[in-house]
Design a binder for this molecule. Structure first.
Ligand code: FES
Length: 339
């Protein structure tokens, strides 16, 4: 049985077991979303009338009093009647790239750094997305679904590039991407997802940006940096890549090439578990400390954080200490859920 969900002047059909968020995104109607797992709270909406089943919405993310006040997590809630909903954040309901399901083909597998692989997936037709968004893969032969950020710019829409870090024992990584994966494998891809992407103002604006990535959290930042510099080649852009050791660094040629082409762009690799080698260009310590040492004021800047939760939280604090407006701070937390 299907119901109708109404948001402003948009109406979508919502299957009995279909999350409300999924129904809106497939219809090309924007709704903020990040984790799609009920943990971040980004997709919270208000059910003005109608009934929803909250399913597995964690009480940490959606409290009892919020439920009583009519709030719901769009990525978890299923409709139990026709419903009218409204967003709790900005830009809800604008037209966006529709969520789609495609079958991709593994074109290339590359060991790019320690326990880190680059996967290139060919698509049967272009997938429209915003740089910084992610896709969900279904591991072939299973129902295991895992999320990976796109390292692409928007015009690279027929071959998706993912950076994947090995998770010991992981059903998607150890058992497939670092196990039996082969060129030619077919894989179900759902996307685009997430709101870690440039707004139209960000894209055309020339304000400075600082981006901090931990490990393979670099992937979406590469797409964002290349997009921002293509739109405003003189823009001041600072990119920090935090890793444990030099063996974890990757795409140095791409990033140093961007530095040569764009005088306003700086790339700073930071090693947390190795000391500085003689003549090496890496910093040591944590990338957020490097940012604090380099930038006296980030007022008017935008900030972008992608990596482990502790790094993201440290980055938010560092950006606020340097007077960045909270609405200019964008974050994407990686949780190693591949078990
Ligand atoms: S809680 Fe729904 S997108 Fe994160």
């Amino acid at each position: 049985m299907a119901f109708t969900a109404t948001l402003g002047d948009k109406q979508v059909r919502c299957g009995e077991d279909q999350p409300v968020l999924d129904a809106f995104l497939r219809a090309g109607v924007w709704m903020p979303n990040s984790c799609n797992q009920g943990t971040c709270g980004t997709c919270k909406l208000r059910v003005v009338n109608g009934e929803v089943d909250h399913r597995d919405s964690p009480v940490d993310t959606l409290t009892e009093s919020e439920r009583a006040a009519g709030l719901a997590l769009a990525c978890q809630a299923r409709l139990r009647s026709n419903a009218v909903v409204e967003g709790t954040g900005g830009a809800v309901g604008r037209t966006t790239y529709a969520l789609r399901e495609l079958t991709g083909t593994v074109l290339e597998i590359e060991d790019m750094a320690r326990d880190t692989r680059r996967l290139r997936l060919g698509l049967p037709e272009p997938l429209a997305f915003s740089p910084g968004q992610y896709v969900e893969l279904t591991v072939p032969g299973t129902e295991v679904r895992r999320q990976y950020s796109l390292a692409n710019t928007a015009d690279e829409d027929e071959v998706l590039e993912l950076h994947v870090r090995l998770v010991p024992g992981g059903a998607a990584t150890e058992k497939w991407i670092f196990g039996g994966v082969a060129v030619g494998d077919r894989v179900r891809i759902t996307g685009p997802l997430g709101d870690f992407c440039l707004s139209p103002e960000d894209e055309s604006g020339g304000e400075p940006m600082v981006l901090i990535g931990g490990g393979t959290g670099l992937a979406p930042l590469i797409g964002l940096v290349r997009t921002a510099l293509a739109r405003a080649p003189e823009r001041e852009v600072l990119l920090y890549h935090g890793v444990r050791g030099a063996a974890d660094l990757y795409d140095l040629e791409v990033l140093t090439g961007l530095e040569e082409a764009h005088p306003g762009f700086s790339f700073v690799p930071v090693l947390s578990h190795e000391s500085q080698r003689e003549g090496a260009f890496c910093r040591t310590g944590f990338p957020t400390d490097s940012f604090l040492a380099d930038v006296a004021s980030a007022r008017g800047w935008s900030g972008w954080l992608c990596g482990p939760p502790a790094m993201v939280e440290a980055g938010v604090k560092a950006f606020k200490r340097r007077r960045m407006a909270p609405r200019m701070i964008h974050r994407e937390k990686f949780t190693p859920n591949d078990v």
